[in-house]
Design a protein around this ligand. Sequence first.
Ligand code: SAM
Length: 464
Amino acid sequence: MTVVCNQHSQTNSLRYLMKSKVYIETFGCQMNVADTERAATGLTKAGYEMTSSAATADVVLFNTCSVRERAERKVLRRIGEVRKLSSPTTHKRPLIGVMGCVAQLEGQSIFDKTPVVDLIVGTRATDRIPSLIERVQGGEAGLIDLDDRQEGEVWDVSPAERRSPYVAFVPIIEGCNKFCSFCIVPFSRGREKSRNAAEIVAEILRLRSLGYKEVHLIGQNVNSYRPRATEGVQHYPGATPFSRLLRAVANTGMERIKFTTSFPRDFHPDIVSALEEYPNLCDWVHLPAQSGSDRILKSMRRGHNSEDYLRRMEGIKKSKRRLSLTSDIIIGFPGETEEDFEATMRLVQQCEYDALYIFKYSKRAGTPAAKLDDAVPETEKTARFMALEALQTSIQEKIYNAYVGRVVSVLVERESARSKDDMAGHSTCHKVVNFRANQTQPGDIVDVMISRGNPNSLYGELVG
Ligand code: SAM
């Protein structure tokens, strides 16, 4: 284990005989949310109490994201705010830890930049957090653990620590082997490592028996799923391990199963066949294109060109089910010309996505793209961002309005932010749907007749 200890002191122990209250603030993707749930499970098991705000915590952990620079800056700002707080037990500032992707990438340099940080926990040290906290509380300073997971660790999440009692994230693969030139993930999360299918199926059966209605199979590239053994999928057909896993999890009887994110090069048509066979595999595919320009896709090292991508899209669009399609696009990659951007606009026009996540390119130190010159000026990035956003808004308006008069199945999640009389949830096609509550409760699955399409949501009335 890579544990660095700069200084040792004998103070503190008595004060910590009562286990502390821990708050974890999470940034970034669903994998980080899942890691937080896993860390909280381990901490509770070890006797720590989880608390819901930094102000009531003895220990504050920031679970960080490094995909874009903005998220990194936000964490530094939050550390500055938290250092001014006072722990309910020690009446001094809380113990501050940085976990997740920034911790893994920056390691020691976080201590140099922000000396108030007490602990650094890499992306694969989640299960060791309780003992690391204990050591810092015992007086060790400058503690860093960037080491690998230990053999035999299982993804064990207590329902009490899950974000929702109805929707659960189930990680199926960690890390990334793709090395797209812009992306930091292979460095922050290491190589792809798939979870055993039997363990995934068992977790979904357990979630079902606890009353969960929806699971999201998650990973940086879920369709690159490739476990070491076939245990758990051996009775299911499929052209790839992922499509076999889809059939296996569909057979658990879980009401709704979604999966994200997929990688275009590994998107096999058999995934669409599985979606057609099992209605509980939801009608939504997220397939990031990143660009419509072949020149830029090559420079991004995506391993697909626009023609490959459109061919896979065609397969999805031709499905017997209407599958909702969403994507990610990066604007202003180094060297992106007006012509390249026009190719992206054409691709988006052709694909007619149900939703699009548009990101301005963010230079990540250590990635191959960081060495490329020819940065696109910020004003140009903003102009392109706005043009693409306007195009997507017009496409979305058409798609959302076409839902008027249709009935969608909605998992009720919460009261609507807009009106106390309304509830909100997601459809199987992953759209936000608001509707008149009429005594429905979170966790119910209801049919809603859509009466209005808003820019990013649908509105309707309960049916029956
Ligand atoms: N499976 C996905 C794919 O096919 O690329 C990977 C998901 S990635 C972790 C999440 C999204 O963040 C990417 O799709 C990309 O649009 C965005 N992203 C990653 N690195 C970025 C960067 N350096 N600048 C801007 N956006 C970035």
